[in-house]
Structures are given as structure tokens and as C-alpha cells.
Design a protein around this ligand. Structure first.
Ligand SMILES: Cc1ncc(COP(=O)(O)O)c(C=O)c1O
Length: 366
């Protein structure tokens, strides 16, 4: 099997080697800092030593699983603490195939590239549903692609890369479609704290044995380097997922889990509000510049990315590199996210220099 290096690494490498100043709008690393509870938790942990420095329970620290379960209103037994959202998605997709109730994954286009990557790695087949122009998902279009061969429908809300937030009716329908075909809905909700629309609805809002919710603290607590996430499985599916997690990872990071637990307990809700508001103001600054540049774009309802298209300047890899060299702005080529938006660019708003990037783009496209 051949694994392609994600385009992300190639673009980052090119931007790092450029012999000029470049604003990085490629990575998904929050730049606004973690809440103090993270550092406090780590310091506290450092002094524990001994038994606390040994293996954590494979499925996660008991107190952290309870904390997550309370917040998500599920049984702690349903929670597996994972190596970030990435592993949570892997476990969910693997679990869907293990049910032997289909080997196809229904994915959206544009798509978060790791879903097709995992589909291929796990030996599944991908079927794509095109998102609407505004990034929303028409459940009728999903229904057309779903069949009894479907292992899982994999969605992400708020969405990377489109910024769409699926409303309650859409989520309800997605769960219903999964049930109709004895498949799973895998709902990746890593950007749930970055909903500007107020429309975000977790798949957990619908009681069903056919949905798995994945999440992580990577973005919400600005700790992508810590590797702490989780998956919530239906009770009948969780044990096998725990075994796969144990065989693959033994357990995820104990200091990371300890710090997350401390931060969850200590962090004021204002922390999340402030970050959301910061992002909303960046969206405004950036989309104003896109307007000035005459670009077509989707204004995100959530997450922290903007997709844009410039007349006569398609978002190819060559043009991404030219934008780095000549404008000093690094974005991602649309082809990284499927076929429907190959002409587009994706810009991540996780830089304090969004305004500068916006000005550079406006000048470049003038
Ligand atoms: C949609 C989506 N899911 C999952 C992840 C991975 O999250 P983690 O770093 O917690 O593995 C990302 C990271 O960018 C993401 O955009």
C-alpha cells in the first residue's frame, strides 16, 4: 500500500524554506495560548512522580472519563480517551468496518484529508457527497450515496475546511440514514467550541446505537502537541474499540490527560468565548480583504478556516507556491480537500498576522 505524504507537509516545507517573510495560514495550530489550568496541571503532575508516572489505564484516566461523560451526558464506560481526535477517528472508522455491515465510507467533498487517508489505510472504499456552495450538507444527497454497503458516514461539524456548521435537522437526518442502513454516523466535533452560528448540534443529541462522536482538546484548549482526545461509542461497540486502542497505543499520555482534567475543572467559560470572538473578528478582517480582492469565498459559521477562490488564479499547488514567494502568504491548495474545490485555496486563521496577510493578498490581487 502506498501512503502519500499529506500535501500539508509539502506546503509547510516550502513556506519554511522561502527566503522571505511568510504568514503561515496553513497549520491548524491555535496561536492564542492555553488556559492557565494546563500549565498548572502539568506543574502539579511533575511533582507527583512514582505510581503517577506509570501507565495510565488504557481507556483513559478514570476521573477524566467521568469528567468528559458528565459534560457529554453519557456513561463513562462509553468514553475512550485517545491520542487526539486523529486516533478517535481511526478507532471509530475501524470499528465501523469491524461490524462487517459494509465496507464503504460516505465522505463529503470538500473533505478533511485524513478521512480518505484512513479509509485507504483501513482497506475501505470512499464514496463522496458534494457539499453545497455554502458548505452545508444536503441529507438527501447523503441518502443517495448511502446503501447497505455503507460502514459509516463520516462528517465534521463545525467543518474543516468549509466552516459549515450542520444544523439540528441535518444531524438528525444523518443519524437516521445511518440507522436505515445499519451503518454508523461518525461525527467529528473537534471544533465544537468554535461555533459562531449558535446552530451547532452534536450527534450525541440523538439517542442512537448508530453514532460515534469524536472530539479532542487539541483545538479547544490550544494543545495540539499534547495528544488528548476521545471517542464516545454506543455501549455495544465500545469494548472492541478499547481493545484496538490498547493494542495500538497501550494508553495515551498520562501527563497530558492530567493537565486536561485540571484545565477542564479550572477554566472559566470566558476563555472559550474570548477565543471565539477573536476568531470572529479575524474572519471579518480576512473576508473584508477577500472582498477587496474580488474573491469568491465562504464565510465560515465555525472552525477556523476560510476557503476562497480568485478569478484567473486557481488554487493549484504551483499557485500556492507562487503566493508564498510573491505575496508572503501560505495557504493550502484546494486539491488537498477533494475534487470539488480544486480551484480554491484554504486559509487557516490561526495567526496573529491575519490582518497583514489580508493586506498582502489585497495588494497581490489588485
Ligand atoms: C476535522 C479534524 N479532525 C481531527 C483533527 C485532528 O485532531 P487532533 O490533533 O486532536 O488529532 C483535525 C486537526 O486539524 C481536524 O481538523
Amino acid at each position: 500500500m502506498d501512503y502519500e505524504t499529506p500535501l500539508f507537509f509539502r506546503v509547510m516545507g516550502y513556506a519554511n524554506e522561502a527566503d522571505r517573510d511568510v504568514v503561515d495560514m496553513v497549520s491548524g495550530n491555535p496561536d492564542w495560548g492555553s488556559p492557565p489550568g494546563i500549565a498548572e496541571g502539568l506543574h502539579e503532575y511533575a511533582d507527583l512522580g512514582g505510581a503517577d508516572f506509570q501507565y495510565a489505564p488504557s481507556e483513559g484516566l478514570a476521573e477524566l472519563r467521568v469528567e468528559i461523560a458528565d459534560r457529554r451526558d453519557v456513561d463513562p464506560e462509553q468514553v475512550v480517551v485517545t491520542n487526539g481526535g486523529g486516533e478517535a477517528n481511526y478507532l471509530a472508522m475501524a470499528r465501523a468496518l469491524e461490524r462487517e455491515a459494509g465496507d464503504e465510507f460516505v465522505l463529503t467533498d470538500p473533505v478533511y484529508p485524513y478521512y480518505p487517508g484512513k479509509t485507504k489505510m483501513l482497506g475501505g472504499t470512499a464514496r463522496y457527497v458534494a457539499a453545497e456552495h455554502d458548505g452545508s450538507l444536503d441529507p438527501a444527497a447523503v441518502r443517495e450515496q448511502a446503501s447497505d454497503d455503507t460502514a459509516a458516514i463520516v462528517v465534521n461539524t463545525p467543518n474543516n475546511p468549509t466552516g459549515a456548521v450542520y444544523d439540528e435537522a441535518t444531524m438528525r437526518e444523518l443519524v437516521a440514514i445511518a440507522e436505515e442502513h445499519d451503518a454508523l454516523l461518525v461525527s467529528d466535533e473537534v471544533y465544537d467550541h468554535f461555533d459562531f452560528s449558535g446552530e451547532f448540534t452534536s450527534a450525541l443529541a440523538f439517542d442512537s446505537d448508530h453514532r460515534v462522536v469524536t472530539n479532542a482538546f487539541s483545538k479547544s484548549l490550544a494543545i495540539t502537541g499534547f495528544r488528548v482526545g476521545y471517542a464516545v461509542f454506543p455501549p455495544g461497540l465500545v469494548d472492541v474499540a478499547k481493545t484496538r486502542h490498547m493494542l495500538t497505543n497501550v494508553a495515551t499520555t498520562r501527563p497530558g490527560q492530567y493537565a486536561v482534567l485540571h484545565a477542564l475543572r479550572e477554566t472559566d467559560p470566558d476563555y472559550y468565548v474570548a477565543n471565539r470572538e477573536l476568531l470572529e473578528s479575524r474572519v471579518e478582517t480576512f473576508t473584508d480583504a477577500l472582498d477587496a480582492a474580488g474573491a469568491d469565498y465562504t464565510s465560515p459559521d465555525g472552525a477556523f478556516y476560510v476557503m476562497a477562490r480568485f478569478e484567473g488564479y486557481p488554487g493549484t499547488l504551483a499557485n500556492v507556491e507562487k503566493l508564498i514567494d510573491e505575496a508572503g502568504v501560505a495557504g493550502m491548495p484546494g486539491e488537498a480537500f477533494g475534487t470539488s474545490r480544486e480551484d480554491w485555496f484554504r486559509f487557516a486563521l490561526v495567526s496573529p498576522r491575519v490582518e497583514e496577510a489580508a493586506e498582502r493578498l489585497a495588494v497581490f490581487f489588485d
